[in-house]
Design a binder for this molecule. Structure first.
Ligand code: ZN
Ligand code: ZN
Ligand code: ZN
Length: 178
């Protein structure tokens, strides 16, 4: 299912959640709609949406912070009622990352579902040191600057990793109370 294309100008300021300076209808999906979009993207790549892959995606989709391969293996084994090998989970996660269905938060050694499996961006992650959640931000202008800086240094940038550590709004509010 494709999101309806937005008219060129919609009269309202761009939301921070929307990628800046992109020419496509950039939409973030959640919940069941995200699982549907992920399945469509994987199948468009000629891969099957197997029961086990769907179960791994479901765990990522409902985890409230980035999930480690260990977290996923534990939840998956419990949900399936049998021991699932960590290697099977790693293979599925590799497939998901390569297919743009999931993203790896490098500094947390964990994974999150990609809310926009249909389009690629150099996504920025804001990682809360208190609660561990990772907030996904798209700002193509920032990522382009990072790529430019790398190129100026004679480096061929393959995959910029932009992760910012700090406190999320909730945790920052809690830490100023007391
Ligand atoms: Zn996009
Ligand atoms: Zn993104
Ligand atoms: Zn937090």
């Amino acid at each position: 299912m494709r999101a309806a294309t937005l008219p060129e100008s919609i009269g309202t300021p761009n939301l921070a959640a929307m990628a800046t300076a992109t020419k496509h209808a950039h939409a973030h999906h959640h919940g069941a709609a995200l699982a549907e979009a992920a399945q469509a993207e994987l199948e468009a790549r000629g891969e099957q949406w197997t029961q086990l892959r769907a179960a791994v995606f479901d765990i990522l989709n409902h985890f409230e912070k980035p999930a480690s391969a260990y977290d996923i293996t534990e939840q998956l084994s419990a949900a399936q009622g049998r021991r699932i090998a960590a290697n099977s989970v790693y293979r599925i996660l590799d497939l998901f990352v390569g297919s743009n269905l999931a993203q790896r938060i490098e500094s947390a050694n964990a994974y999150i579902a990609n809310p926009h499996p249909g389009c690629r961006h150099d996504c920025i992650f804001l990682v809360c040191d208190q609660c561990g959640q990772a907030i996904h931000v798209d700002d193509d202008a920032v990522a382009a600057k990072v790529r430019e800086a790398a190129e100026r240094a004679g480096f061929a940038p393959e995959r910029p990793v932009i992760e910012v550590h700090g406190l999320c709004t909730d945790c920052a509010a809690k830490s100023t109370v007391s």
